[in-house]
Each structure stands twice: as structure tokens, then as C-alpha cells.
Design a protein around this ligand. Structure first.
Ligand SMILES: [Zn+2]
Length: 259
């Protein structure tokens, strides 16, 4: 299986997170806005330092929710943050994350036209779908109640976790237990496990020890490949192509299939 992690908002505490990721050799993508009215954001030199260890992704310029913006402003926020971050880190950006998980088809189009490979969502307990250029996640490092998770899945018509009892009472308000359960399930099915969160939130809710316990558990398991989000995305796309090719080979009357 593949294990990937992503961390949003570019808070200076991301450096603490980096230390923990390095300790367990985990790979990550940090999605960074250039400014944020709600939280402090790392300056240029810290972003540069972080980029020497892990991948950097775009998270708009000012961390505004795209669904409230006019077309030109949304396009500017998505496109220009790529230009500015690439100037800072001296490398191309491939990954983008929608602030607050808010986006429409319009924003996906702007994201693709800007040259990103995919947009990371805040959809939990979900597999990614290359067809829509969206990378979904498995768990957030936040102790959500079962009710919140249930509502989240229903809202997105994601009934898989409901059918599989993925987050009911035993996992109530424990991202660690929820992660353990789903991590082992992902390992059995050889799929992608994607952890995402915010360093400022981990600090606010005093979750650093739980996060380290999760990293310890991960590092105790074998047969896991650690990749950043873009490497994971490329691997998912490659796998999809292989599946289409083998499908075509076995069945000449292939019609459009959804992967
Ligand atoms: Zn954010």
C-alpha cells in the first residue's frame, strides 16, 4: 500500500510537524497560502527550508474560500499562488488544495489550466479518482464525532464507509482509533492511505502525542511505500492506465468505464 500525508495552511508549527515526519521517514505535501487572515503563515525562508525536505503545494494566495469569489479573482488566487511559490522554492508546483474544501467545477478547471496535476479535497474516508483530477483523503488528524463523520459522508454521497461501519461508536472522537482501523483495511486491499491535518489544530487540541502514536504504528508495519501527494497521484494514474489496458485486452467491446 501507499501512505501519503498532507498538511494545510503553512503555519510556522509545520516545522514541528516536519521534525516528526523526518523522525519516522514519512513523506508529505505542505499546502501553503501566501497569507491568511485567520492564522500566521511561514515567511519565504521557512518555506524554502521546508521545500528542501518535503513537497510544497498551492493553497491560494490569501486562503479565501473559492466558492465566494468571482471568476477572475478565483482564477488569480489559484494561478498566481503557483507562480509566487515556484519563485520562492525554485521548483515547479504540481499539487493544489482547495481552502476549506470548498470548490466547484469552475475551480477544478482553473486548477487544471494553471498547470497543477490535481486538487486535494477534504473528503474523508474516500478513494481518489483520476478522472476528476481530485485527490481525496482517508482521515484528518482531528477528533471528529461519529455524527460529524456520518454527516460528512452523507453530504458527499460517500456511502462506502457507512456500509463498512468505518466510523461508528468505537471510533467516536478518536482519529487514532479510526486511523488504525482504516489503515489496516487499506493494507489488506493494497490501496492508498492519506492522512491530512493542520499543525495549528494539532497544537490547539493537544494531539501531538496521538499523532506520534499513529506514526509509530505506521513505522512498525512492513510493505508500505511512503510517497508525497504528487508521487501518490502519479502512481494512482499509472495504476488506472494499467487497469484500462488490461481491461481492453480482455474485452474488445469496452465502453466507458469509471475507475
Ligand atoms: Zn486551509
Amino acid at each position: 500500500m501507499i501512505l501519503t500525508t498532507s498538511w494545510d495552511d503553512g503555519h510556522p508549527l509545520d516545522l514541528k510537524l516536519l521534525g516528526l515526519l523526518e523522525k519516522y521517514n514519512l513523506k508529505a505535501t505542505f499546502y501553503i497560502p501566501l497569507s491568511n487572515s485567520e492564522n500566521p503563515v511561514m515567511g519565504k525562508s521557512l518555506i524554502q527550508e521546508l521545500s528542501t525536505y518535503q513537497e510544497i503545494g498551492g493553497h491560494t494566495i490569501s486562503h479565501t474560500y473559492l466558492n465566494h469569489l468571482s471568476d477572475p479573482v478565483a482564477k488569480y488566487e489559484i494561478t498566481q499562488c503557483k507562480v509566487l511559490l515556484e519563485e520562492i522554492i525554485g521548483k515547479p508546483l504540481y499539487a493544489f488544495c482547495f481552502p476549506g474544501g470548498k470548490f466547484s467545477n469552475r475551480d477544478v478547471l482553473f486548477m487544471k489550466n494553471a498547470g497543477y496535476l490535481f486538487g486535494r479535497t477534504t473528503n474523508l474516508l474516500s478513494a481518489s479518482n483520476p478522472k476528476f483530477n481530485l485527490m481525496n483523503t482517508s482521515i484528518q488528524t482531528q477528533n471528529h464525532s461519529s455524527t460529524t463523520l456520518l454527516r460528512h459522508c452523507i453530504k458527499r454521497f460517500n456511502i462506502g464507509p457507512i456500509l463498512h461501519n468505518s466510523f461508528f461508536l468505537p471510533f467516536n472522537k478518536s482519529f487514532l482509533k479510526l486511523a488504525e482501523y482504516n489503515l489496516l483495511k487499506c493494507r489488506e486491499s493494497n490501496s492508498v492511505f492519506h492522512i491530512w491535518g493542520h499543525s495549528w489544530e494539532i497544537e490547539r487540541f493537544n494531539l501531538w502525542n496521538q499523532l506520534e502514536d499513529l506514526f509509530k504504528l505506521i513505522s512498525s508495519l512492513d510493505r508500505i511505500t511512503y510517497l508525497n501527494n504528487t508521487e501518490t497521484w502519479k502512481s494512482i494514474c499509472e495504476k488506472s492506465k494499467t487497469r484500462i489496458l488490461s481491461f481492453n485486452k480482455n474485452d474488445k467491446e469496452t465502453v466507458g468505464i469509471t475507475l
